[in-house]
Design a protein around this ligand. Structure first.
Ligand SMILES: [Zn+2]
Length: 196
């Protein structure tokens, strides 16, 4: 993982302690210079947060980024009664102890593993990606933490190499059982072209 990071990328924000999905990317950073550069690059006003950090709700729903495999970390976790009962990378166990590194038993296919998570019998993804903005790589690394299955799918591919990608918030609709339509914005990574 990189020695230093410039800031964080978020697809949501907390409103009264609850996550609120955004339609454009949000950036937080401890450095004012990074905040103003990000605002110049992606639009949006720099705002100072109560903890002293800076925040920009950008105007960008798509950001062009560069990611290399070694800066992608995939963890899968299943909690039961606030205990971590399954902790793996999708293939091998990451739980400390004698079973560390042994096959975890999760299915290889994302469709199957997602089905298990839905039934409460399998873990959920937690993907951490350190990325750079393609047009401003001097700014340094930004950390993206995502529980999106779409991001997991591409993260598995990225781990084998590296490339430029489009990081997008895509509008989705879900129809609830009560007949209501909910709109939300799902983070997605789209492969572009490999840079070798
Ligand atoms: Zn597993």
């Amino acid at each position: 993982m990189p020695d230093t990071i410039a800031g964080f990328l978020h697809s949501n924000r907390l409103v009264n302690g609850r996550p609120d999905a955004l339609r454009t990317w949000r950036i937080t950073t401890g450095q004012f210079a990074v905040a103003t550069a990000a605002s110049d690059l992606l639009g949006g006003e720099v705002r100072k947060l109560p903890n002293g950090d800076f925040e920009i709700i950008t105007k960008a729903s798509t950001i062009h980024v560069f990611i290399i495999g070694e800066y992608v970390s995939i963890e899968m976790k299943k909690w039961h009664q606030s205990k971590l009962v399954h902790h793996c990378d999708g293939y091998t166990l990451l739980q400390a102890g004698s079973s560390y590194g042994k096959p975890c038993g999760c299915p290889n296919s994302i469709t199957e593993i997602r089905e298990k998570a839905k039934n409460g019998t399998g873990p959920q993804p937690n993907v951490i990606i350190y990325l750079k903005f393609s047009t401003a790589d001097a700014l340094g690394f930004f950390r993206l933490n995502s529980t999106s299955w779409k991001i997991l799918e591409l993260a598995r591919e990225i781990k084998k190499g590296g490339a430029e990608y489009e990081l997008t918030l895509t509008k989705r609709k879900i129809n609830t059982d009560g007949g209501r339509t909910l709109l939300y914005f799902e983070p997605e990574l789209r492969g572009n072209h490999s840079v070798n």
